[in-house]
Ligand binder design. Structure first.
Ligand SMILES: [Zn+2]
Length: 172
């Protein structure tokens, strides 16, 4: 099994998106003692623990997924939350447009492993991490608690992730 550490939530967002209406929240994710590159997008955590498939867990420093960032391939097994590989930042709507909905990940995965026409790869890094569910569930519970604290601290502002996604449904 592998070790995942998520640092406490803090106010974290690109300067250009700092507004009086929003509070942008983020954290760092460390796996086996290495900080995962680019910027963790908190909003992607919650769907990724509930659903298999490519998840946009890390975004660009400018906050725009697609400019930078990457997908991680998620599989939920009975004993572990499995992360496989860093893939080029293709959006869900692009996958849906190209492959249809619900997105057939069993067809998308082999396609991701086929080089582009110019010979370049859509795979940015290969790995397989297996995180025990008790550790993942503890992190999720802690993140939700921290989100509620921010919601109480900023009752008149919208909580968003680094990528700008609304988090308020998680704290209702
Ligand atoms: Zn960027």
């Amino acid at each position: 099994m592998d070790e995942i550490v998520v640092t406490p939530l803090r106010e974290d967002g690109p300067d250009w998106r700092a507004t009086d209406e929003e509070v942008s929240l983020g954290a760092e994710v460390w796996v086996n003692g290495r900080r995962m590159p680019n910027v963790f997008d908190l909003a992607a955590w919650f769907p990724a623990i509930a659903e298999d498939g490519l998840a946009p867990l890390f975004t660009c420093g400018c906050s725009i997924f697609g400019c930078g960032g990457y997908n991680v391939d998620i599989e939920r097994t009975p004993d572990a939350w499995v992360w496989r590989n860093r893939y080029a930042p293709i959006t869900r709507s692009d996958f849906a447009e190209w492959f249809g909905e619900p997105i057939p990940w069993d067809r998308v995965r082999p396609w991701l492993h086929t080089p582009r026409d110019d010979g370049s790869s859509r795979i940015l890094e290969t790995f397989e991490y297996r995180f025990p569910w008790d550790a993942v569930d503890a992190i999720t519970a802690r993140l939700l608690g921290e989100l509620r604290q921010f919601a109480a601290r900023y009752p008149d502002r919208r909580l968003v992730s680094y990528g700008g996604w609304d988090l308020s449904a998680l704290v209702r």
